[in-house]
Structures are given as C-alpha cells and as structure tokens.
Ligand binder design. Structure first.
Ligand SMILES: Cc1ncc(C[n+]2csc(CCOP(=O)(O)OP(=O)(O)O)c2C)c(N)n1
Ligand SMILES: [Mg+2]
Length: 361
C-alpha cells in the first residue's frame, strides 16, 4: 500500500500542517497564485463563450488549478507535457496564449498547434491514450540520453483503461523518465470513484508496475509542487517513472454538455468547495503578509483585461477555409474527396465561423 495520508502542507483554511519546503519562496507562491487566478478567470470566460454560442463543448478546469499550475511551474521548458482534455491550466502556465486555447475549444485545429506549445502534445480526448504517448516520448529522451521528462495527466476514470496499465508497465520495466499524474476528481462523468475501482488508492496501481507512487492533496499547490519536483528530479537522474495521485474534486459539470445536478449530491459539492485550492493559497498568502484585499482586486482587474483581450482576439480570428479539412489527408485527394471538398466549399458560401451553434465536439 502507498502512504495512508496524502502529502499536504496547507490545510483547507490555509494553515501550515508542516514546515514548508525552501523551494516555496514568496516569489513562487505569488506566481502560482497568479496563474491559478488566471486559469479560473479563463475558465469562467470560456463557459460564457460556450453559453453564448461562441465556443464548442468545453471541459471546465474548475478544481484542478492546484494540480496543473504547480506541475507546469515545476517543469523545465524542454520537458514535454502530454495532456488530456482538462489541462488548460497547465498549457496556460506553460505560456500558450489564452486565445489559442480558446481556438482549440472552438473546434479549430490550429489551436492544437500553437507555436508556444513547442513540443508539448495536443489534448488527448480518447481516454488514456496519452499515457502511452508519454512513454514513447520518454523512451526517446532515454535513447538520446537527454535530461528531460515527459509529464502526463489522466483522470481517475482513465486509470481503469488498459492503456494506462500498459503505460505504467512499460515505464516501470524500462525505467522511463515519465511523471504520471492522476487528477482524481472523484467522478468520471457520472460514475463516482468508488465504483470505478476496488483499489483502496489509485496510486496503488503504480506499485504493481514497480513505480514509486504516492497520494497528494491536489487542492494544495505546495504539496503538488513538492511531489512533482521530486518526480522530475528522479526522471532527470535516470531513476525512472513516478506516479502521483492528486486528490481533488471536479467542482464543475463534466463538460458544458453535462448537468451534474442530475447525479451529484449537492452536499458533497458544498463540502468540496470548502477545500477548494484558491482560497487555501490566498489565506496562506494573507497570513504571511504577502497579500491583501487591494492586491486581490488589482490582480482580478489585470487578469480580467487579459482574459477579455484574449476572448476578443479569438472571436475576431478568421476561420480556416472549410476546404482545409480535406487538404492534409492525402498528397493528392481521391476523386470522392475532391467531390466532397467542392461541395463543402459551396456550402461554406452560406457563411461560417469557428463554431456553428448546434454543433458539439
Ligand atoms: C476511449 C474513450 N472512451 C470513452 C470516452 C468518453 N468519455 C469522455 S470523458 C470520460 C470520463 C473520464 O473521466 P476521468 O478519467 O475521471 O476524467 P475527468 O473528465 O473526470 O477529468 C469518458 C468515459 C472517451 N473520450 N474515450
Ligand atoms: Mg474524473
């Protein structure tokens, strides 16, 4: 079995539960808080855009800020992020412009190839496939003898897939420089954690593959920073993979196409909000005289301008011609495809934006 208590430095009220590591300097804490607030405001805007017919189906990041932001901050620039569909906070913290993230969720594939993504992978929507892709990336680093790591995230539900178990197996036996992070947000759409797996902890799954595995309080950014930094150091030192199970809660619906009130007990959600990550870090910052109401207000104003500017840029971005979806399939299109391309072009004359209301991803 893995440890009984998840790693934690801050309790839900932001009080220290043990001495903080030296790596968590004031600068780091403020930077982390900045990106957590930015991610949350981005999320609110994305949902508003979807609700007004300007974005496709969108997966909210609410409740995952303390997992994704510290992970991205701990990674080196040339490490590779292999995300699933709920990791926009990671992408934003790694420098992907907000409008590019919106572009992807608007159904425009160019959002999957933002220049700032560098070698990071696009979002994986097919559950758990990204775990194996990360092992491929990590194998390349190992063969080239590079001091780099692949970092991949997955949901609790995703850990039930064979791909995940296969990825753990190969990462363990080949000692691959990969960090697996489970965002255990307690739900896989409407399926609660307790009927997903009989394992006492999802982190236990790593032990069978010979991988050091631990549970971490996923609402505590400091605990996440420590866990991810240690895992990255192991990877850089050639010691192989690590599995981190971050305990969190999905504070949102599964996506904008879901209504969680149909299956999620409201009292459970209420309790989860008491443990949410932003309040925890903010309370700690205030207790250290690093933060106050006027700084909070100034940050919100600054970020709200950033987010609005990005949303405006996204909305103003000219869509790709509809023909582009045919252009990258074959060097020469087949006769049938050519016919379809011509038909699509004619149809596009009737108008077209990134996203047509009524469509879903
Ligand atoms: C191979 C595959 N099967 C099913 C789905 C449909 N699906 C989308 S999200 C999801 C639940 C995933 O839950 P979890 O792994 O806990 O991640 P979370 O969304 O909670 O972050 C499912 C079954 C899919 N995308 N891919
Ligand atoms: Mg989940």
């Amino acid at each position: 079995m893995t440890s009984i208590h998840p790693l934690q430095y801050l309790d839900p009220e932001g009080n220290k539960t043990q001495d903080l590591p030296n790596t968590c300097t004031s600068d780091w804490l403020l930077r982390c808080y900045h990106f957590m607030v930015l991610s949350r405001q981005f999320d609110t805007k994305a949902i508003a855009l979807q609700r007004t017919g300007q974005l496709g189906t969108y997966a909210s990041l609410l409740g995952s800020e303390a997992i994704d932001v510290p992970t991205a901050l701990a990674m080196q620039k040339n490490d590779v992020l292999v995300p699933y569909y709920r990791n926009h906070a990671c992408q934003i913290t790694r420098g992907v412009p907000l409008e590019e993230v919106l572009l992807y969720w608007g159904g425009d594939e160019r959002g999957n190839a933002a220049e700032k993504m560098q070698q990071d992978f696009p979002n994986a929507v097919p559950i758990a496939t990204q775990s194996l892709h990360a092992c491929g990336v990590a194998s390349a680093f190992k063969i080239r003898n590079q001091k780099r790591a692949a970092v991949t995230l997955i949901g609790d539900g995703g850990t039930s897939k064979g791909d995940f178990m296969e990825a753990l197996n190969v990462a363990g036996v080949w000692q691959l420089p990969v960090v697996f992070i489970i965002n255990n947000n307690q739900w896989a759409i409407s399926v609660p954690r307790h009927i997903q797996s009989a394992a006492a902890q999802l982190a236990d799954k790593g032990l069978a593959a010979g991988i050091p595995s631990m549970q971490v309080d996923g609402n505590d950014p400091i605990a996440m920073q420590q866990a991810v930094q240690q895992a990255l150091n192991r990877a850089y030192e050639g010691k192989g993979a690590t599995l981190i199970e971050a305990i969190s809660y999905r504070l949102s619906d599964h996506t904008t196409a879901d209504d969680a009130t149909r299956y999620r007990p409201s009292d459970e959600l209420k309790v989860a909000w008491e443990k949410e990550p932003l309040k925890r870090l903010r309370n700690y910052l205030v207790s250290q005289q690093l933060w106050d109401e006027s700084k909070e207000q100034a940050l919100h104003e600054k970020i709200s301008t950033l987010v609005q500017t990005a949303a405006d840029k996204y909305v103003a971005m000219p869509p790709q011609p509809v023909s582009s979806m045919f252009d990258y399939l074959y060097f020469e299109p087949t006769e049938q495809l050519q016919e379809q391309r011509d038909w699509a072009e004619v149809r596009a004359m009737t108008g077209g934006s990134h996203y047509q209301e009524g469509e879903s991803s």
